[in-house]
Design a protein around this ligand. Structure first.
Ligand code: HEC
Ligand code: HEC
Length: 190
């Protein structure tokens, strides 16, 4: 089974629908003929995927060169949020800061709310000091938020393989620069 015919599913759907509308077998085979006559896009298994290599060989496959070179913390320009209340992208270099380990989380040294203003970093927001199961405020960072880079990602200068046509909508321009999730979390709930 080396060939994947992408139209199989839609053909089945069209045939199924027309079979409901008209039970006569001749109309079903007419549709079938019409569908088969249109050149169905055939993508072989070897060609699937976004890299220009046979998927069954690793020859000639190398990771793209990603340039993670960014200005040091304090020198970087913040990115606009990808959408309202998206986790902000890390705009500065993370050299020597990652990986975060149990005993070493350098991010806290600048981003904890009590230190952030003095180094001009964005303070970790109130949502990260909350237990969402009990809906209660905590007096410490929630464990679920300890591994910052699970949600906040550094940026590399690479060309996307697929053009992204997503455009974010913001209720006001403000949300391009900061989050307000703590205020909008229960919108429509109570
Ligand atoms: C030496 C201090 C320092 C350290 C350490 C640091 N940051 Fe930052 N961070 C900053 C500053 C300052 C900014 C604001 C941009 C700038 O001036 O470079 C910032 C910006 C950010 C932003 C963007 C915030 C926004 O409002 O858009 C994110 C996300 C972030 N840092 C995450 C991290 C993570 C994750 C780590 C740990 C891997 C980390 N930072 C470590 C100082 C630091
Ligand atoms: C589970 C995912 C997750 C983890 C882990 C996480 N964050 Fe966030 N962070 C978010 C999301 C989502 C937002 C935007 C909504 C909000 O404010 O909660 C955010 C917002 C932020 C902001 C922007 C605050 C503002 O006022 O605009 C900063 C700064 C930040 N996080 C820092 C951190 C740091 C530092 C860590 C690690 C100690 C961390 N985050 C861990 C998901 C996460």
């Amino acid at each position: 089974m080396k060939k994947l015919i992408l139209t199989t599913l839609s053909a089945a759907l069209v045939l199924g629908m027309s079979a409901c509308a008209d039970k006569s077998s001749s109309s079903v085979s007419m549709d079938e003929q019409e569908l088969n006559s249109k050149a169905a896009p055939i993508v072989t298994e070897e060609e699937l995927g976004l890299r220009d290599e046979n998927l069954y060989t690793e020859e000639g496959v190398a990771p793209i060169k990603a340039d993670f070179n960014r200005p040091a913390p304090g020198q970087a320009q913040r990115f606009e949020r990808s959408y309202e209340n998206a986790p902000p992208l890390i705009p500065h270099s993370v050299d020597g800061l990652l990986p975060i380990t149990k005993n070493n989380n350098a991010c806290l040294g600048c981003h904890m709310p009590e230190v952030a203003p003095s180094v001009k970093a964005t303070p970790i927001p109130p949502t990260h000091f909350m237990d969402f199961r009990t809906q209660k405020k905590l007096d410490h960072l929630a464990q679920q938020r300890f591994n910052c880079s699970q949600c906040h990602v550094p940026q590399a200068n690479v060309k996307p393989l697929v053009e992204n046509k997503f455009t974010a909508g913001y209720r006001s321009g403000e949300e391009k620069k900061k989050s307000n999730l703590i205020d909008t979390l229960n919108e429509g709930v109570r």
